[in-house]
Design a protein around this ligand. Structure first.
Ligand SMILES: C[S@@+](CC[C@H](N)C(=O)[O-])C[C@H]1O[C@@H](n2cnc3c(N)ncnc32)[C@H](O)[C@@H]1O
Length: 246
């Protein structure tokens, strides 16, 4: 499985600090994946109830396996539409889990209903693809059909768009903090190569290529990753927003 927590190692400190979870907070982690952020929220919330929600049972299995805290639970559901109950949470957090909604206004309105009045949303989302070295260099190295590229991770990259969505969903006090950090793909080229080949976009691009071109692309990918091997891991620049709203 892709080592998402490893990839996030230089970003997670900023995200956790921004979440500002306090003892007793009831926390909802949207698109919780393997649950690193859920567990850290649970540590900060003390005995406060923490729920991680995800549409992927495979991710939740991983999260459950890694979670010992009794006040954490995981829910297999679509956060866009699931009825969490009104005012059930004090804080809603998400690390790169809220960019994939088909109806973002409806989905964020659903999350707002789940928050108590004055509750907070803290979401880390990618800035535009053009700002993210990893998202430019990897597909450019593989080549292939640009139509196959997956733009959904960047759907909340434009602050004006996000302000519009969150405003329509009933949120106020929307702020953006820019996070420019290194993304870590692994300790060495081989691990980074295996990691990249688990990601949806590179796989989709490779699948479109003729066998000889795919072989060339894989060799180019290895060479490109070697060029990003800092000696302290394979690193790319990235740019994200930490969006907060009330
Ligand atoms: C990029 S991963 C991030 C995972 C996790 N937050 C982390 O940082 O390790 C995005 C996650 O959001 C989940 N997801 C996407 N749309 C969702 C939805 N509508 N409801 C719940 N989870 C969703 C995916 O299944 C995936 O696990």
């Amino acid at each position: 499985m892709f080592d998402y927590d490893g990839e996030m190692r230089f970003l997670q400190g900023r995200f956790r600090a921004a979440c500002g979870v306090r003892a007793g907070d009831r926390v909802l982690d949207v698109g919780c994946g393997g649950g690193q952020t859920t567990r850290e929220a649970a540590a900060d919330a003390g005995r406060g109830r923490v729920v991680g929600v995800d549409v992927s049972e495979r991710m939740l299995e991983d999260a459950r396996r890694r979670t010992a805290e009794a006040h954490v639970s995981y829910l297999l559901a679509d956060a866009a539409t699931y009825d969490f109950g009104a005012a059930a949470f004090d804080v809603c957090i998400s690390r790169f889990g809220v960019m994939f909604f088909d109806d973002p206004v409806g989905a964020f309105a659903n999350l707002r209903r789940a928050l108590r009045p004055g509750g907070r949303l803290v979401a880390m989302v990618w800035q535009a693809r053009a700002e993210n070295e990893w998202a430019q260099v990897i597909p450019a190295t593989i080549g292939g059909d640009a139509e196959v590229r997956d733009e959904s991770p960047f759907s909340l990259g434009d602050p004006d768009v996000v302000r519009g969505i969150l405003g329509s969903a009933g949120f106020g006090d929307v702020t953006f903090a820019a996070v420019r950090e290194r993304l870590y793909y692994g300790p060495d080229v081989e691990t980074a190569y295996e990691n990249v080949l688990q990601l949806r976009e590179p796989l989709a691009l490779l699948a479109e290529l003729a066998p000889a071109d795919a072989e060339r692309a894989r060799a180019d990918l290895r060479a490109m990753l070697a060029a990003h091997d800092s000696g302290d891991g394979v690193l790319f620049d990235s740019a994200a927003w930490i969006v907060t709203a009330e």
